[in-house]
Design a protein around this ligand. Structure first.
Ligand code: ADP
Ligand code: MG
Length: 447
């Protein structure tokens, strides 16, 4: 019964929630109207009872179980008991691979370095993550990874944690989302265990906080995060942070935190490009070939998907998964036609193409110059530079050729356009402000 209910839950609560919260539960009893579970940590227990006991109950009943309520207790390996916290930390070597004694989020076993496809847009982030994962002396602190949704931030963080667990089982690695950090913090406040909380978080060797933008505007959580952060940095402990944008662009985040976050290495994951998308599709296809032996994949399908689907890798993966499942159900070869038929909604959604006009408008707005100047002949730097940026974006965000772009920039020659693009590429590396401007514009345009 639980097995069936579980399968249903996977659909209703979504994959992420499922792996994080439902999967770690073990059913220990189902009688007298009570379904009893064991959770690996107190944290999981509380979170699940608060957020998932309703759906669990519902699905269990649907699967035919006569249950009135759900009970969840903590499995024997509990969160670090308060009494243990004061003691000098001696790690029991056998316990390194369970997260039971650290209040972190479970790691997704598939998010490893091996399964991460490296391309131009993410090579820097990947290299930095690798460096941290070596577990050597701390070279940059924190490592701050940022980028749009579905570009691999969480994947990289989990990969770091996996790798560290293998290489340095002695290290206490704590990975959690900023939301969980806040939840833990609020809970500690409520239960008057704030000292325990502080000590726990200050006793880790590597702290990884995912989606830190979440704590923006949450004052006391920010405050606590700041102190935790400083304490760890002072002890020379590694911190890895992710967010959906650069530290300076997170609204309602205290200045002192912003500047702290900028102290280490800030790297961004750029929107995927065609080559990276194709690489990811090819890698995932290998796995599907094993899962669905005998399925034929026509030439050009992956190229088509890489070309047509947006930059979000999650969407890309979803499309491929659906395509293989669909093809195996109907017993057909995966062709371009089949892909178009079965992915019509995804393809339509990512069809929103950015136009050169939109780019020009946004760039002019951003730099507060007139559109007519942007495409006009003036050569002063304050106008010429934004113009070059607009050219650069036109090249990167549309499929227009250089002569076509030139035509829309007041009839400029394609070599002028190429020169402008090169210039921006050259400056990007050195000029942080410019790089951030471009990122921002890019995000605005692709939103
Ligand atoms: P983010 O945290 O940045 O929103 P995730 O790390 O959750 O994104 O990635 C979304 C999905 O895309 C995950 O399933 C992840 O494995 C996959 N993914 C992202 N980037 C890559 C990559 N470079 N190679 C392989 N898979 C990737
Ligand atoms: Mg994420």
């Amino acid at each position: 019964t639980w097995g069936r209910a579980r399968n249903e839950l996977l659909k209703t609560v979504g994959k992420n929630n499922f792996t994080t919260w439902i999967e770690p539960l073990r059913i220990v009893d189902l009688c007298d109207g009570i379904a009893a579970f064991e959770a690996p940590t107190k944290f999981t227990r509380d979170w699940v009872s608060r957020n998932f006991s309703e759906p669990m109950l519902h699905e269990l009943r649907k699967a035919g179980a006569l249950v009135e309520r759900i009970e969840i207790r903590v499995a024997e390996l509990r969160a670090i008991p308060a009494a243990e916290l004061g003691k000098p930390k001696v790690r029991k070597p056998v316990r390194t691979h369970d997260e039971a004694d650290l209040p972190g989020a479970p790691l997704d076993a598939r998010f490893t370095f091996d399964s991460f496809v490296v391309g131009k847009p993410n090579e820097l982030a990947h290299a930095a993550a690798r460096r941290v994962a070596e577990g050597g002396p701390v070279t940059f602190n924190p490592l701050f990874l940022y980028g749009g949704v579905g570009l691999g931030k969480t994947h990289l963080m989990h990969a770091i944690a996996h790798e560290l667990q293998t290489r340095r089982p002695d290290l206490r690695v704590l990975y959690l989302s900023a939301e969980q950090f806040m939840y833990r913090f609020v809970q500690a406040l409520r239960e008057r265990q704030i000292m325990d909380f502080k000590e726990l978080f200050r006793s880790v060797d590597v702290l990884m906080v995912d989606d830190v933008q979440f704590i923006a505007g949450k004052d006391s959580t920010q405050e606590e995060f700041f102190h935790t952060f400083n304490a760890l940095v002072d002890q020379g402990k590694q911190i890895v942070i992710s967010a959906d944008r650069a530290p300076g662009e997170i609204k309602d985040l205290e200045e002192r935190i912003k500047s702290r976050l900028q102290c280490g290495l800030v790297v961004d994951l750029h929107p995927t490009d065609y080559e990276l998308r194709l690489g990811i599709l090819q890698t995932k296809t290998e796995a599907y070939r094993v899962q669905y032996p005998g399925l034929q994949l026509a030439d050009g399908v992956l190229e088509f998907l890489a070309h047509r689907i947006s930059t979000n890798v999650r969407v890309l993966e979803g499309a491929l998964t659906r395509l293989f499942a669909f093809a195996s159900l109907v017993g057909r070869e995966i062709t371009l036609d089949l892909a178009q038929e079965c992915l019509v909604d995804i393809l339509r959604a990512s069809d929103r193409k950015v136009t050169i006009e939109e780019i020009q408008r946004k760039v002019a707005e951003h730099y507060n110059i007139r559109l007519s100047d942007l495409v006009g002949p003036k050569r002063v730097r304050t106008i010429a530079r934004p113009r070059q940026i607009a050219m650069y974006l036109a090249k990167h965000l549309t499929t227009r050729s250089l002569p076509e772009i030139g035509r829309r920039f007041g009839g400029r020659d394609h070599t002028t356009i190429m020169h402008g693009i090169r210039k921006v590429e050259e400056l990007r590396g050195a000029d942080v402000q410019l790089a951030e401007d471009i990122d921002l514009l890019r995000r605005l345009l692709e939103a």
